[in-house]
Design a protein around this ligand. Structure first.
Ligand code: HEC
Length: 150
């Protein structure tokens, strides 16, 4: 009798753990895991820019450094959107593949916006840098709205 409660607790922990964790990417080359990891690397440098903009702690040198990092990371995710790579744990919509032209267009808007950001952070013009940051953010959001769940 006294063993029942601990056993129940152990079972709950095991079951909850299983519910919380996402399926692992076991496909050859792990394209889903790789592209998600690549986007996580992008957000790691993009999020601090947003914090800087929102908290009014603009720092031109820091923004330049983060932008350099963003430029170095912006190429990484795309090669992993190979054909037939929509499976759990991906959050991509099937439109990535069925509307590939539109996806490519959004990607180009993102590249153009980051090009502009990289150009203006070379100047002391804070207002332009803020606008360029906002355009990059809009390009992420616009693509996510059309091509990503959640
Ligand atoms: C051209 C489209 C496109 C652009 C531009 C884009 N993303 Fe994404 N992003 C996606 C798609 C599609 C996924 C879902 C990938 C998957 O789960 O297979 C994604 C996933 C992510 C994820 C989730 C990674 C995870 O843990 O699953 C983050 C974070 C992210 N993007 C950040 C960004 C940021 C920040 C930008 C802009 C600086 C950006 N993305 C620009 C299409 C885009």
């Amino acid at each position: 009798m006294i063993f029942r409660t601990p056993l129940l607790i152990v079972l709950c922990v095991v079951v909850l753990g299983a519910c919380n964790s996402e399926p692992e990417d076991t496909r050859p080359g792990q394209p889903v895991a790789h592209r998600r990891a690549a986007f996580k690397e992008i957000i790691k440098v993009f999020e601090p820019m947003g914090v800087m903009m929102r908290t009014d702690s603009y720092d031109a040198a820091k923004l330049k450094k983060l932008t350099d990092e963003l430029m170095a990371r912006r190429e990484a995710p795309w090669e992993y959107f190979k054909p037939d790579t929509l499976y759990p744990p991906s959050h991509a919509r099937e439109e990535v593949w069925t509307e590939a032209d539109k996806f490519e267009e959004k990607r180009k808007v993102f590249f153009d916006a980051t090009d502009t950001l990289a150009r203006v952070v070379e100047t002391p013009d804070e207002a332009s840098a803020r606008r360029a940051y906002a355009d990059v953010e809009a390009s992420c959001k616009s693509c996510h709205k059309a091509f990503k769940y959640r």
